[in-house]
Design a protein around this ligand. Structure first.
Ligand code: ZN
Length: 171
């Protein structure tokens, strides 16, 4: 910053300079343009905050994406008693990836949704390649997907439904 030779005058009022306009003067139009400067979406924005879902579902999605919901594998690490098996299929160890995109039960639910909504680009056989909930979720909702906005809502709402069904069986 060039502040040399800048006369400080105790008598003068401070000026506020609006840096988003060339003439330094605030206007609604320049404020509107400034809004878009920050408009590159982070993955979390795209997957959760900019998509439609009720707030409690968004909060759940935000936790699930950070692997912070209490699936059996996490309970075990904390030494909490649990049977370890996925309550939906009773066959495999319950982990986030298993519950949300690998369980037979989950895949059956997704197949029926995809068929009902007519979403042929959603390719379930690829899902086993994904190793974390986040990886799977990002791939389903990034902007290579047609209607990523709607897909983000669908992934959140479907995962929420699965999580509730899982809890209904556990508790
Ligand atoms: Zn299962």
């Amino acid at each position: 910053m060039l502040v040399h030779d800048f006369p400080l005058d105790d008598q003068a009022e401070d000026d506020i300079t609006w840096k988003h306009a060339n003439d330094g003067i605030y206007s609604a139009a320049t404020a509107y343009k400034a809004l878009f400067l920050g408009l590159t979406l982070s993955p979390m924005d795209r997957m959760v905050w900019k998509a439609w879902a009720p707030p409690k579902v968004k909060f759940f999605a935000w936790l699930a994406l950070q692997d912070r919901i209490w699936t059996a594998d996490r309970l075990e690490k904390r030494g909490w008693v649990n049977c370890g098996l996925c309550p939906l299929c009773n066959r495999e160890q319950e982990t986030g990836p298993h519950l949300f995109f690998k369980c037979r039960y989950t895949l059956r639910l997704w197949r029926s949704i995809i068929e009902k909504l007519g979403l042929p680009h959603v390719n379930i056989p690829d899902w086993h390649l994904d190793e974390s909930v986040k990886e799977w979720w990002v791939k389903r909702t990034d902007d290579r997907n047609p209607n990523w906005h709607a897909m983000s809502s669908l992934v959140m709402l479907t995962s929420w439904t699965i999580w509730n069904e899982r809890n209904a069986r556990v508790f």
